[in-house]
Ligand binder design. Structure first.
Ligand SMILES: O=C(O)CCC(=O)C(=O)O
Length: 313
């Protein structure tokens, strides 16, 4: 656990940020690089999708039938949510942040496996050592624009039952070729301190083509209806592997500009990127603007944690 408790860890949505004091400064900022010390390769059986998820082509195709589908299945794909120019702008914004073009932005985390070579990497190669960026939209207008795209906000508003959304988390998990680590199976609400019952919607937007080989999203349709599942600190704050093994997931391979909407209670995960291809993607999370987060972890851990329950993993 690298010196932090499960409780602390579980509040650091969704992967712990661990400063590495041993490394020389790498970024153009004064802070030392942040390394993601996730551990262990996953069993391949954890990611064996039985099919590809349902979706529509454009935001305009989302009607009552699709909202009903989202409510029942906990997800919806929009295959061409953003056009090539919108994708290009967002990608350039992301790459500029990675390249250190916005010196005030420092919330970049590197893959542990790249730690040894980080000091030797040039600017271009730096891209393929990054695991994740967080909380960047206030530093990058092109990323703010895609996260608040009017068509996206309209769709989220409808999915929230006509409640105005608030985007409370912005993240880019970028899974570099060969190095990009798994994000184990979890429910996003296990990381968020919203009161139980608050509708939380995640969006996952592909900036590169996302395939099963480079680690596209996989999920368990309809399982959001089962409510909170217990999470354990294993390779991450996650659902126990034995609860996933034997189940058939559905995958969301996407072309650049494709988007997946998913419920904060939908179990999902992404495997290691075992390909030579980049898998850069944006993850934004929205909740109704009229709901506030709780001041502590108690309710969340009561529902998602294992403590005090007769469970093992
Ligand atoms: O992009 C990934 O690899 C995982 C994303 C995820 O788990 C999320 O957006 O909640």
């Amino acid at each position: 656990m690298h010196g932090i408790s499960t409780q602390e860890f579980a509040t650091m949505s969704p992967v712990a940020l661990i400063p590495c004091p041993l490394l020389p400064n790498f970024m153009s900022t004064s802070a030392a690089p942040i390394i993601d010390h996730g551990s262990d390769m996953h069993a391949p059986e954890l990611y064996q999708p039985s099919g590809v998820g349902y979706g529509v082509e454009h935001f305009e195709d989302i009607g009552p039938e699709q909202i009903e589908f989202f409510n029942e299945q906990g997800y919806l794909i929009v295959r061409q949510a953003f056009n090539p120019e919108e994708v290009k702008q967002a990608l350039q914004g992301l790459v500029d942040l990675i390249m250190g073009k916005v010196p005030d932005f420092t919330n970049i985390m590197f893959e542990a496996k790249a730690q040894a070579i980080l000091p030797t990497l040039g600017l271009e190669a730096r891209q393929d050592a990054v695991r994740k960026l967080m909380f960047f939209v206030e530093y990058e207008t092109r990323l703010k624009a895609i996260s608040h795209h009017p068509k996206l906000i309209k769709a989220i508003t409808t999915m929230l039952g006509n409640r105005a959304p608030h985007m409370f988390q912005d993240m880019a998990l970028v899974k570099p070729p060969r190095l990009g680590r798994e994000k184990p199976w979890h429910q996003d609400n296990a990381y968020f301190n919203y009161p139980q019952g608050t509708p939380v919607i995640g969006t996952w937007t592909a900036l590169d083509e996302a395939t099963i080989e480079n680690g596209c999203m996989q999920f368990m349709p309809g399982q959001h209806k089962q409510g909170p599942q217990i999470h354990f600190q294993r390779r991450d704050w996650q659902i126990c592997d034995t609860n996933i093994l034997g189940q058939k997931s559905v995958a969301a391979p996407l072309k650049p500009g494709g988007m997946l909407f998913f419920s904060g209670l939908l179990p999902h995960g992404t495997p290691h990127n075992s390909s030579e291809k980049r898998r850069r993607a944006l993850q934004f999370h929205y909740a109704p603007a009229d709901v506030s987060t709780l001041p502590d972890n108690d309710e969340r851990l009561k529902h998602f944690g294992s403590e005090g329950k007769d469970v093992t993993c």
